[in-house]
Design a protein around this ligand. Structure first.
Ligand SMILES: Cc1cc2nc3c(=O)[nH]c(=O)nc-3n(C[C@H](O)[C@H](O)[C@H](O)COP(=O)(O)OP(=O)(O)OC[C@H]3O[C@@H](n4cnc5c(N)ncnc54)[C@H](O)[C@@H]3O)c2cc1C
Length: 506
């Protein structure tokens, strides 16, 4: 059925084949899971269901790991000692880590369904959000709709021109050229003469200078397209990739109430297995089992130990590479081979939802070439009066991420307001408070996600994923979907399937 649907185009391939089945009796075998992120809790849930004795050691005092939401009253301390307390009004939140789920992340969506996590749309593309280039269009932000229509329209006009000049005669048959011209006219909003101009045809794509109304002044007026040369030189076309890329195609989702609803839902199933505030400091193994040393984060002087027959370790490699771990040289080299990308997210609370009231931007993301890169609008609570929280910066990789990570949290917030005000001047009057998470300084992750190079993948990936004696590694770093929760879950399902297989055979 599935294959028939796929060949008809109704289903797409996903490595997730539905709920895992670990058949056979593990006869009381025990597993120590390190880390209560999504990889760790997936392993714990499925292994317990299969009959294993499971225990989880977790550094934080909450489940979820990078699956994390900050609300009013939450506080956290980053490396370097800065403690921030979130002052958002009750009901408002920011997801400093994961914030969106693609429709093809079938494993994550399946767990959300099974664990009762309600989803709502995450608006990846809002045509009325903005694209801003600081040195183009007089610094004025443009609507995504206008950039997209004007770029598409003028490229269509050029292609129509060369087609009519016979320059495509070798590549395209005469008959197809006729069809191509028809397609370009409708796809590019061209007029009868294959021109993209200020008229009511292009206005249907790019919007109006005066929108259609009622009564005496009802008739619409078109706006003037942006010049192709300005669009090309400003490089704003590169932002259009954010909607074309497979990972960002609609439909995308977010959990109702915050991303951590997923971590909390897992914890409703396996919370009784988690020992919080436990910082793993050493992992040893021999023929008979695994011994993990850890300290209580509140009183780190006393080292404690936990033992089990097997271990699933989901501690990020950025941290694991700094711990003594009894694994083969090949696995140790793999653990050491993956640097972690930097990322900074900044949440800002404003007195009112001015982006909706003044600019009709309901959800979605605006893009800029300023260091803050993105401003994202809440995808819930539309058209409500009162306060709102924006994602005031989403900086990933590169010099800007390092620069913002090096600042104090207060400086990061101040810079986000300064840059954001160039796009939304309302910032100055409406800003109330903010919080900034720089992932290289987050003690439980030390980075955003594993940043695999092609060479490192070739040399180390298979070694990293191998079961080494009694220890198997899992997590987003052990997947081909780094920086996605789906990668964490798929890697975990793969590791426990192979571990169970080994237990059944020994
Ligand atoms: C800025 C950002 C944006 C992202 N955006 C998205 C997105 O939009 N969609 C998406 O699906 N994914 C996104 N991701 C990726 C996603 O968050 C991760 O892929 C996923 O959450 C990783 O899960 P994990 O279980 O592998 O690791 P983690 O969640 O990191 O779990 C590891 C656990 O180990 C614990 N731990 C660490 N050290 C120790 C220790 N010494 N002892 C004991 N426990 C320890 C940690 O506290 C943590 O709970 C984003 C991540 C970031 C940072």
């Amino acid at each position: 059925m599935y294959h028939a649907m796929t060949s008809l185009g109704f289903a797409s391939e996903s490595p997730y084949q539905g709920p895992i089945k670990l058949e056979g009796d593990p006869k009381g075998a025990s597993v120590l899971v390190l880390g209560a992120g999504l990889a760790g809790m997936t392993a714990a849930l499925e292994l317990r269901n299969a009959g294993y004795k499971v225990q989880i050691l977790e550094f934080n005092n909450r489940p979820g790991g990078r699956n994390w939401t900050l609300r009013g009253g939450d506080s956290f301390t980053e490396l370097g000692g800065f403690t921030q307390t979130c002052d958002f009004e009750s009901g408002l939140y920011i997801n400093p880590g994961p914030w969106r789920i693609p429709y093809h992340h079938r494993a994550l969506l399946d767990y959300c369904r099974r664990l009762g996590v309600s989803l709502e749309p995450f608006i990846q593309l809002n045509y009325n959000a903005l694209i801003h280039a600081s040195r183009a269009f007089g610094g004025a932000p443009q609507r995504i709709r206008a950039i997209r229509a004007d770029f598409q329209g003028q490229v269509s006009e050029l292609l129509a021109k060369v087609t009519q000049q016979g320059r495509l005669d070798e590549a395209v048959t005469r008959e197809d050229q006729e069809i191509l011209l028809q397609a370009l006219r409708s796809w590019g909003a061209l007029d009868r003469d294959y021109r993209y101009k200020a008229n009511l045809i292009s206005a249907q794509f790019r919007g109006y200078a005066r929108a259609p109304g009622g009564g005496l002044d009802a008739l619409p007026l078109p706006g003037e397209p942006l010049a192709l040369s300005d669009i090309l030189k400003s490089r704003v076309w590169r932002y259009l990739l954010n909607f074309a890329n497979y990972n960002f195609q609609t439909t995308m989702f977010q959990p109702v109430g915050g991303m951590d609803m997923i971590g909390k839902a897992f914890a409703r199933e396996v919370g009784d297995l988690i020992r919080y505030n436990c910082k793993v400091t050493r992992i040893q193994q021999n023929d008979r089992g695994v011994t993990v040393s850890y300290v209580d984060t509140a009183s780190p002087a006393a080292v404690r130990q936990a033992q089990a027959d097997w271990c699933i370790c989901t501690i990020p490699l950025s941290i694991l590479s700094q711990l003594p771990v009894d694994v083969s040289a090949a696995v140790k080299s793999a653990i050491d081979a993956v640097p972690y990308a930097g990322s900074v997210k900044i949440g800002l609370q404003f007195k009112r939802r001015f982006w909706e009231e003044d600019e009709a931007i309901y959800g979605g993301i605006s893009y800029t070439d300023l260091p803050i890169r993105q401003i994202a609008y809440p995808n819930t609570g539309f058209n409500r009066s009162g306060r709102g929280v924006l994602l005031g910066a989403y900086i990933f990789d590169g010099a800007n991420a390092y620069e913002f990570t090096a600042m104090t949290p207060a400086e990061r917030v101040a810079r986000a307001i300064e840059f954001g005000a160039m796009i939304h001047p309302q910032y100055a009057a409406e800003y109330e408070n903010g919080i900034a998470v720089a992932w290289h300084r987050v003690p439980f992750a030390l980075g955003c996600s594993g940043d695999w190079s092609e060479e490192a993948r070739i040399t180390h990936y298979r070694n990293l994923c191998q079961i080494d004696g009694r220890i198997a590694l899992a997590g987003e770093h052990a997947s081909a979907l780094p920086a996605w929760q789906e990668g964490a879950i798929l890697s975990s399902l793969d590791a426990i399937t192979r571990l169970h297989d080994r237990v059944m055979r020994t």
